[in-house]
Design a protein around this ligand. Sequence first.
Ligand SMILES: [Zn+2]
Length: 271
Amino acid sequence: MDEMIFNTLSISAVSSAITGMMGLPSTHLAEKPLSSLLKAADYRFGREKADRVFMYNPDAIALWLFQKYTHMFEEVLLNTSLAIPLASVMPSVTPVCFATMYTGAFPDKHGITTYTKPVLKTDTVFDVLIRAGRKPAIVSTSGDSISMIFLEREMDYFIYETEGEANEKAFELIEKDKHDLIVLYNGSYDSRMHKVAPEGKEALQALSENVKTFGKISDLIKTNWTSHNCVLAFAPDHGCHEIDAGCGSHGLYMPQDINIMHFYGFYPKKS
Ligand SMILES: [Zn+2]
């Protein structure tokens, strides 16, 4: 058998699942939500809504990487209870895919169809929260897609030079417990895999660091957000593949670039 298999559910369904779990309306252009995610939240929260969502967005973690290096994902598996194979969108590059994840719209509708990072005018999950009086925050590194395409909203942006600083800020925000939605972007796996190939030593080291960061976030949520119904996501944007000269790439319509896994953990309030 030589056929190419693509995941059947789309990352376009993540947006209205996030807003739906929080009891909020979908963005203006959102596709239908991931029903398994909504049902899992309903079940775990006893039909109450989520009031804290943490989206951990590591860049370029492919489904095949999870299949081949499953042992490296232990802290993701142990801290989540729902894993959903998803198909990213085309072209499978960072600004296009994250725009789809947070608008719920396909690229021809949200407007970023190439590797460019304009400020999105399209309605996003962040806009939905702001209209509802909730507080979203984006924590990221400067120059990266997530730091740029969602700007110009009345919300908090914490943009740093290094991933370490961004992660420390995200940890601090969990402890302060002032935001309803926190998005944390980590681009270290992507930047290293472009240089040393997806399975290069430094790339796998970055993957290991991403998983460790996710474990730390899980621990902090469990100890600091006990009065909330919390959702924690490990949610990459697209995959990657090896190219000539020991480098890595993505952007094509091929299973290695399109197929990803999302993992969701649910922590009901304790008091
Ligand atoms: Zn990316």
